[in-house]
Design a protein around this ligand. Sequence first.
Ligand code: SF4
Length: 454
Amino acid sequence: MANLFPVRLGIESGLNSDLAVRVVERVKAGNPKVEIVGDYKKGVTKLVQLPPTPKKSIEKETWIANKRSMVLRNKQKDHKGTNLRFIHVFISVEKAREGYQYALKPELECPYYCEFCYLQATLKENPVPTIFANFQDEGVLVREIKIGLLGMHMYTQVHGIQSNIKRHGKKRLHQLLRVLEKSIPEATLEEAIHEIFTKYKSEIKRNLEDWSLEHFQSIIAHFDKFDFKDIKRKFHFNNGDLNDGMANDHLTDNLKFLVGIFGNEVMKKDGGQLLIRTKSENIENLEDLDPNGNVIYSVTPGTSYFSKGVPNYKARLKAAATLLKRGYLIRVNIDPILKYPDTVKQYKPILEEIREVMDTNAPNFERITLGMLRFSDSNIEKIVRKRHPDLYQHYKNNMVDKYEDEEKSRYERQFRVDTYKALKDYAEEIMPGVTVRLSTEAVSVWKDMGLTWE
Ligand code: SF4
């Protein structure tokens, strides 16, 4: 499938980074007719002006027009939260099992058209695919990752790990990151986090004490027991939570930049691991790099219903198979599974294709994960209802109110468990030795499946 180029590009004034220049040049080369909107101002400039459109179609047409546009701007510090620019703690809602990790923000939004996409609600204030022109600025991201790792190791060495970090954990960790951000003015790729901690120990302790938050007391009490030298725990930096991790890589080269950071041996020993989540097959930049066993490529194959513009699942799996041979850690994430009259039959061919194209017994093939369609109230009632009537009808016909331990609407619990079991059994039958797990499902569903989340 050909790479995508926007039809209109809004550019913030004053951008001069190599990344900004590269994106503009490549967009113009890929689509010489692109409409350039200069002096773009976030929150002020409206990129999309629809021609006269029937009222009932305005929502959807605006969504499509936004997806075909792009903004290039600098990312500012998150002054209300961490004071960092490009990372924040990822939380999963409910009692779902989800690893502790950071969302990376090289971009926002995505040029594909999945009608079920949660970004429609999460990014409703920023609906246009956006590339941050300062993402590759010298030293900025490395410092944020080191601060993020230090904070996550400190937090988990004191509080341990549960099924997910939950909202209160995110808030506490963000406050800790704010202290670290104030205390650590610089950090390089070759500096291990135990060296950084030793170098700025007195500033960190003083700033923790100055803040006088009650929950910092346990961190202060543990201060001389922190151990960052022999780290076993890995924390992911997820490039694909607020964007597709790869769909715009032909414009940015962000993945070359990121693999350069996460392929580093010190970063690996510090426990920082890159996770790329994508529905794209845009792997050209990754093929000649050395991931040093520290970059996970999570490909998401699925049926094409309610999902437009993405490469078909065979192309996506073929790209993953190529990267498996190049040493990337591979996960195949079949999510969201949609309910059909014959759901298991619809998804068996995807499992068969995995078996055809890759060696699931290779040491760097990690696992297959399964997950199902789910909606937050804000997405289904405020957005999908107006924008995608067929999908809304599917929700009405098939999905149930939330269970006590779930915050989102999902399919009926027994259907989920039965379908997961059938697909897991089939995967294990045709690919002996393969590991199958769930993605973002309630801990109780893991237990119903006979799986433990620890
Ligand atoms: S590829 Fe992912 S991020 Fe992009 S529209 Fe589809 S679900 Fe959303």
